[in-house]
Design a protein. Structure first.
Length: 207
């Protein structure tokens, strides 16, 4: 009985997903916000280390707090935006059809799309940020020292950007190498800018 209800629920969600055409929007949200989350946390880590902060706890705290903030901001912002846009479309459809669509299939599909888009928008930057800061969490378990965690975080960021580039290439049916290298280039430029800014503000060079 429970299994049948779950299957029915998933089928309904699948139908709402198709009707609302939320797939294209959420793909863009996922890539853009995961990209933002990874690079934002990379900037935090570089800034902390260039300021001479070698205790992992402030970095972990900043990473967790930043992830929560990005997640909450993404969920609430995307939900309100999508809800407003889809309410407008629904009203236009009601006007064209001369009928009230409240609680109908289109209404439920648009409501599902708003919630689904909000979840993707909120969780993608938060998860990307936590991935980048995760080596410092492992420092607490004695698996890394802070210097190693710093370099592993940079590597994880670049791998994340590379995978996002590959994902974009698959969507657009373009060269994976081209898209992957472009994303990596942005990551390297961002890291260099963070290093230079920290040095100009009085930070020290990590070796």
């Amino acid at each position: 009985m429970i299994k049948k209800r779950i299957i029915d629920l998933l089928e309904r969600w699948k139908r709402y997903y198709q009707i609302s055409e939320v797939g294209d929007i959420t793909r863009r949200y996922f890539v853009m916000n995961a990209f933002d989350g990874a690079l934002t946390m990379l900037g935090v880590i570089i800034g902390a280390f260039m300021a001479g902060i070698f205790n992992p706890m402030p970095i972990i705290s900043a990473g967790v707090a930043g992830s929560i903030a990005m997640g909450a901001s993404g969920i609430s912002g995307a939900y309100m935006t999508e809800k407003a846009e889809r309410t407008k479309k629904l009203k236009e459809l009601e006007k064209a059809m001369l009928t009230d669509l409240t609680n109908g299939l289109h209404y439920k599909s648009h409501r599902f799309a708003s919630i689904f888009a909000a979840i993707v928008d909120g969780f993608s930057p938060a998860l990307a940020a936590m991935l980048v800061v995760s080596p410092f969490i492992l420092v607490r378990f004695g698996l890394f020292n802070t210097i190693t965690a710093f370099y592993v975080s940079i590597i994880l960021t670049m791998i994340s950007l590379l995978l996002l580039g590959v994902y974009l290439a698959k969507i657009s049916d373009e060269s994976m190498i081209k898209y992957g290298l472009q994303m990596l280039l942005v990551g390297f430029i961002t890291a260099i800018l963070c290093f230079m800014t920290s040095i100009l503000l009085g930070g020290s060079v990590i070796v």
